[in-house]
Design a protein around this ligand. Structure first.
Ligand SMILES: Cc1cc2nc3c(=O)[nH]c(=O)nc-3n(C[C@H](O)[C@H](O)[C@H](O)COP(=O)(O)O)c2cc1C
Length: 126
């Protein structure tokens, strides 16, 4: 409990990133945790690595995003409580990223399009 509070205190939004690849170890830990949270929350959160296009749009530049080559797509089946579950389980995932030494920023507007993640017909990108 104390640990997660410390992670919450240390996390803040970052929009300019180092142009550095995320290590395989970190990817594996994060992917495993995302799979666990997807199961618990009935979600389809997808972590995309090494994909610069989504944050290379006019809106992303306007939002001052730089070197944002890795991101998490918040996806789930359409439901009245999808936003709440994305919020809760997504926050746990970004706190895990923080623990692993990765900064994050929530965005709903200042990003472009991406073909790197799947949003099947009954699903929704939040
Ligand atoms: C659901 C959601 C969507 C957001 N969308 C954007 C966005 O598109 N672009 C942006 O620059 N900040 C966006 N923000 C704001 C930042 O993620 C962040 O909450 C704000 O800058 C506060 O920073 P802090 O984390 O350092 O307190 C969004 C926040 C939330 C919760």
């Amino acid at each position: 409990m104390e640990e997660i509070v410390e992670l919450m205190k240390s996390r803040h939004s970052v929009r300019q990133y180092h142009d550095k690849k995320i290590s395989e170890d970190v990817r594996e830990t994060l992917n495993m945790y995302a799979a666990e949270l997807n199961e618990k929350g009935g979600l389809h959160m997808q972590i995309i690595y090494d994909e610069p296009e989504c944050f290379n749009s006019r809106m992303a530049h306007y939002g001052k995003f730089e070197n944002c080559n890795n991101y998490i797509a918040m996806v789930g089946k359409k439901a009245y409580d999808l936003d709440e579950r994305c919020d809760f389980y997504g926050e746990l995932l970004v706190l895990k990223a923080q623990e692993l030494g990765l900064n994050t920023c929530w965005t709903a507007l200042t990003h472009g399009k991406s073909k790197a993640f799947q949003v099947k017909s009954n699903l929704q990108l939040m």
